[in-house]
Design a protein around this ligand. Sequence first.
Ligand SMILES: *Cc1c(COP(=O)(O)O)cnc(C)c1O
Length: 335
Amino acid sequence: MSAGEVAFRDILRARRAIAGRVRRTPLVPSPSLSDAAGAPVHLKLEHQQITGSFKLRGATNAVLALGAEERARGVVGASTGNHGRGLAYAAKELGVRCIICMSSLVPRNKIDGIRALGAEVRIVGDSQDDAQVEVDRMVAEEGMVLVPPFDQPDIIAGQGTLGREIVEDLPEVETVVVPLSGGGLIAGVALAVKTANPATRVVGVTMDRGASRYESRLAGKPVPVEELASLADALGGGIGLDNRYTFAMVRDLVDDLVLVSEARIAAAVRHAYREEKQVIEGSGAVGIAALQAGLVEDPGTTVVVVSGCNIDMALHQRLIDGEDVDLGSKVETRT
Ligand SMILES: *Cc1c(COP(=O)(O)O)cnc(C)c1O
């Protein structure tokens, strides 16, 4: 099976390439979610991945795919979140220079986190758009190689290895529930699980605040959306108005898209901690939230992908305490 320029064999190739460099994360049954859903529910504990999210899979595959000459030039990115962490770690492991550009507004702990993973940090301007301009300059003038967060075949194939693990561990899976932003994760996972069984349903979940992917789907093309602060901060940002791969793959392979509220995300983080003994971030919790809200119709044997754990621990504590955390106002408008 193939979708656009990514084929299932690319996922198998990625699997061989990254084996031993990323964790094969556990798939575990969730009795409490199974009771609530009236169907067997399993959790793919990908937040236990090295660097705290699946982004390491795609980043490792993308750096490995570079030729010797490209590796010598080094890689660059503008993500301050999970992609930046994954790329920093992957590059260091492979002995490739990595620079992550950030705006001066990025909090100290995030800068330190990326540095601790071995990347150089360059502070430029006071918005992520300024950081992106510097990335583009380094690519154009210094010949560094841009590794984007989702819209690139090696990234999509790398994330797809997670889907392959799901069908190997639970061949009878009927529904896979996946957090969705740029769509690299769900595109790869959908390609992997539908190759094994085309009847498997793939449901994408994102937050109801500034859900660009959802609005793009409704509009039939990528659209810019206003960005709002959310507990699911890793799901922010648009899918790119010049999107080449993930928009079409999501359109063709994803069966359903659902939106969850901030209150539901908070409840899901709490549930994961109390019932599953897992610390997860808001973005990693949206699948649990969707299931708990009854938004996944007739789920059957279900796998929920828990995609990340990188949450500020003070915020986590407030959520566990049941505090009403409203991140409130608009943060910026992006495309
Ligand atoms: C990046 C990210 C996602 C969304 O992945 P996309 O490939 O952009 O759809 C979901 N959860 C976490 C924790 C992430 O870091």
